[in-house]
Design a binder for this molecule. Structure first.
Ligand code: APR
Length: 232
């Protein structure tokens, strides 16, 4: 296969085999109503330390897990292709596997920002250092996780849509496609390019659009994808 621009849209499922919980499946994070609340702007502003502690727990857990084979195969593809990863995940496992073009739609656990303006004072912050009430960003406001909370808007949508529309190959991995705008991205891939979806669940919204469905886990599906690439 000659050099292609391969675009991946990933969700929590790609990190499941690394030991990070998904959101909506059995034992999904959002089955815990308290956690849904702590991921909201209401908790951030009105129960600040409880919200920060929820994210301190998620950040510390992220430091204890590793990228899996699926993350690593995606990173390896950069040796022969242009690869862009558009992820809904806030973990840094794509980057730690070696991917260099990663767009995070919902923020990043490994970064912090200003409580006054989430798009400013953004910087890397050690995953094992708790963020406490009283810790300040450079603008003097309270430090907060660089995460898009429930109730906040997503910044990089148009960039992501342009990238999907220019993909030579489009691959969706490990997302229930329940959250917009990411869920709508599947409609922007050119109808003639090869499209694949890797997920153990039903993905009719993709197969109805002509996606080839590898109904399996991310690690097994990525190996099947490499075999499929040989036939393109
Ligand atoms: N390999 C591949 N896919 C898997 C695996 C696995 N091992 N295990 C589960 N999945 C699939 C599930 O079948 C499901 O389709 O991963 C998907 C996970 O869906 P969700 O839990 O809804 O996660 P996601 O789609 O990433 O959620 C999107 O919702 O609340 C927001 O910010 C949150 O980024 C998140 C967004």
């Amino acid at each position: 296969m000659t050099r292609q621009h391969i675009v991946f849209l990933t969700g929590a499922g790609i990190s499941a085999e690394s030991g990070l919980a998904t959101f909506r499946g059995k034992d999904g994070m959002w089955t815990n109503e308290e956690w849904v609340h702590l991921a909201s702007t209401d908790a951030l502003y009105n129960e600040t330390q409880k919200c920060l502690d929820f994210y301190n727990w998620r950040r510390k857990h992220l430091a204890e897990v590793e990228p899996n084979v699926a993350h690593k195969i995606i990173a390896e593809l950069e040796k022969e292709h242009k690869v862009t990863v558009i992820t809904q995940n806030v973990d840094n496992l794509h980057e730690r596997a070696g991917s260099t073009e990663v767009i995070h739609l919902h923020g990043e656990l490994s970064k912090v920002c200003s409580m006054d303006n989430r798009t400013t004072c953004v910087k890397e912050y050690p995953l094992t250092t708790p963020i406490m009430v009283g810790d300040k960003a450079e603008d003097g406001s309270q430090l907060r996780p660089y995460i898009v909370m429930f109730g906040e808007y997503i910044d990089s949508m148009n960039v992501a849509i342009d990238i999907v529309s220019m993909a030579d190959i489009f691959v969706v991995i490990g997302t229930s496609l329940k959250v917009y705008p990411a869920a709508g991205f599947i409609n922007y891939a050119h109808h003639e390019v090869p499209k694949f979806v890797i997920d153990p669940g039903e993905m009719n919204q993709c197969t109805d659009l002509g996606f080839t469905h590898f109904k399996t886990t991310a690690t097994e599906g990525m190996k099947m994808l490499l075999e499929a690439f040989k036939k393109l």
